[in-house]
Ligand binder design. Structure first.
Ligand SMILES: NC(=O)c1ccc[n+]([C@@H]2O[C@H](COP(=O)([O-])OP(=O)(O)OC[C@H]3O[C@@H](n4cnc5c(N)ncnc54)[C@H](OP(=O)(O)O)[C@@H]3O)[C@@H](O)[C@H]2O)c1
Length: 248
């Protein structure tokens, strides 16, 4: 899909990957409107009424949406068996239901024009469940399943769907979780994280070449996914070790 001249609705453009993506897409000639609590269009995407208002406001500014990028997301570092229900539901609202809601608004006019793209920013956690992030992984796995099915539903319509699965990225994401704290060993791994600019370039390149899935970092990301399928016990053990305290 051509970025130059396209009109883009981007959620979560106020920080991290979304902010880098807004800069990247604008530099490639797109008109971008960001939607988030601190965005061009302000909305709490966990709230259905706010989402409806934000869609109308963004559409009024853009006139049409050629590319919808569902990037806003939030995490929750709590064991699945004791995470508070209200926080779990809030996370699913932002990570899954907001993306579904905006997609359902964006797709019918895209189908009429026989052109458009939905980009969903999931995570490597949608492909390999991260135990410090079990329910976050579940929300992103739901988003991945929706993206895969949507692509097939829309086959032949001129409208596509692309999945983005970043690994660890240097943003405020870990500090913005709804509750809990990053395991210490994982915090140390931040030095190996990708930059948001690298993810933004990979997403923009993926849009332009019509990619199905964009993993960043590509080789290490697919290697990790493959290892989790071929050597599941080993990967489970390595992830359990990541959750131990440093002095264990
Ligand atoms: N960083 C990573 O390691 C990593 C890895 C894999 C996937 N991801 C995914 O990448 C996406 C972007 O994350 P990031 O790393 O760039 O994190 P970030 O810097 O924390 O940015 C998150 C964005 O989501 C928006 N957002 C969060 N809750 C919202 C709500 N209730 N309503 C509206 N907007 C909301 C925030 O905007 P406001 O605060 O203005 O509302 C912000 O712009 C997320 O979907 C995340 O799950 C991140």
């Amino acid at each position: 899909m051509r970025i130059e001249g396209s009109h883009v609705l981007l959620t979560g453009a106020s920080s991290g990957i979304g902010a880098a993506l807004a800069t990247e897409l604008t530099s490639r000639g797109a008109k971008v409107v960001g939607v988030s609590r601190r965005g061009d269009v302000r909305a709490d995407l966990a709230d259905a009424a706010d989402r409806a208002r934000a869609w109308d406001e963004a559409l009024a500014r853009l006139d049409r949406v050629d590319i919808l990028i569902n990037n806003a997301g939030v995490g929750l570092y709590q064991p699945s068996w004791r995470a508070p229900d209200d926080l779990v539901r809030r996370m699913f609202e932002v990570n899954f239901f907001a993306a579904l809601d905006l997609t359902r608004r964006a797709v019918p006019p895209m189908r009429e024009r026989r052109q458009g793209l939905v980009v969903n920013v999931a995570s490597i956690a949608s492909k390999v469940t991260l135990p410090w992030f079990t329910l976050y992984s579940a929300s992103k796995a739901a988003l991945e399943a929706h993206t895969r099915g949507l692509r097939i539903e829309l086959r032949g319509s001129g409208v596509g769907a692309m999945l983005v699965c970043p690994g660890y990225v240097k943003t405020k994401f870990q500090a913005s979780v709804l509750a809990g704290e990053v395991p210490p060993r994982l915090a140390h791994a931040k030095q190996f994280a990708s930059t948001p600019e690298k993810v933004a370039r990979a997403v923009a390149d993926g849009i332009e070449r019509g990619a199905r899935t964009v993993l960043v970092p590509t080789v290490a990301g697919w290697g990790f996914v493959a290892a989790s399928k071929v050597l599941p016990k080993l990967i489970d053990a390595r992830m359990a070790a990541m959750m131990e305290d440093d002095d264990d």
